[in-house]
Design a protein around this ligand. Sequence first.
Ligand SMILES: [Zn+2]
Length: 444
Amino acid sequence: MFRERVFDAPSEVGHNTPALPNPLLISGASQLLTLRGRGPRRGAALADLGIIKDGALLVRDGRIAAVGPRAKIEALPESSAAEKLDLGGRVVLPGFVDSHTHLVHAASRAEEYELKIRGASYEEIARKGGGILNSVKKLRAATSGVLKTRALAALKKFAAYGTTTIEAKSGYGLNVPSELKILRLHQELAAAQPLGIVSTFLGAHTVPDDYRRTPAGISQYIALLTESLIPEIASAKLAEFCDVFCDRGAFTRQQSKQILAIAQQHGLAPRLHAEQLSRTGATQLAVQLGAASCDHLEQVNASDIAALSKSSTVATLLPGCDFHLGLQKYAPARKLIEAGAIVALATDYNPGTSPTLSMPMILSLACDQLRMTPAEAITAATINGAYALRRESQIGSLEVGKFADFAVFDVADYREIPYYFGINTCWLTVKRGTVVHAVDKVQI
Ligand SMILES: [Zn+2]
């Protein structure tokens, strides 16, 4: 017989949060979205969620031991000894992989929000000392302890929306001590709580004030990145990826190439903020360099889309930015999907342009504004996000051998997840067999 046990919702996300019984048989899912099969997904394959109706999942040692129709999984010898969690007809899917966030920052920029509503552009605000440089000033003044407390609170909220892995970028330090402070925090946060954190160095987020005063300033700052920071970060293994904001007012295509080429020589894989405010050719550069992803893409043209369709560089779309900034021009998701590009979705959680950590809200925007279907959006937020972080063999789908990273939503049909926009229907989030979010007491 199955025993009954009650799990409290964890009060905070930490390594002492409750592990689920081991082994555990999870059944009673109205739909189990496996996302099985080879990743990444392109074209029509983006809509294939590998749904099992009345599906079940056997979890052992933090990994998926078996997955399939309930009758088949319950008949396994191991299942009879396992404790049981009945999902009561809810929907299970892989935990979201949020492949683009600026996790560590010191404060919101709510004061700029109203200026934007009154009509000031992102670039006008930046010229008045707002924007990224405003966040830089605050981050440099903040202690590691204060930043860590803020980031831990954010990670708890990521978990509450069904996210189990995030990428985290530096880029609000823009000098040696503050960039290293952020990247070391990524490591500390990964050790202090269960969500997966993939670290990216974004020293080339913008040119800091102190290097803007002379014409040679930009090249001096690039030298600081390439000769000092990148070698130190690579040797201390503080980041896996190096990102550059290649855009009007930030770095040119040539400068981006110079920085990313040095990063590659040191073993940091490239990714790019590309074609957000203006078309710079950053997408073509990303494809040439074999970058893991190029992100934003609001201003891409037909040749950029064609280049992405033939490449393994992921086109990561961040509709939260356009929504928050009130912009009308979203990235051409349909054209990208139809051309065969690998499309992913992410929050771009950051204090200036996308202050959200809700992947379900991003799914709603992807459906309502980018005209992606709910199935395409879920694939883009799970297995394709995992591919963008080069983690597709471990996470992003519910398949035997992968980590038991999953989210349960309190809906009967997966389409209701984006349909209820701005409403969080996430009921339970599990990371490697550990409960990181639970709305109710979970009956086991
Ligand atoms: Zn970003």
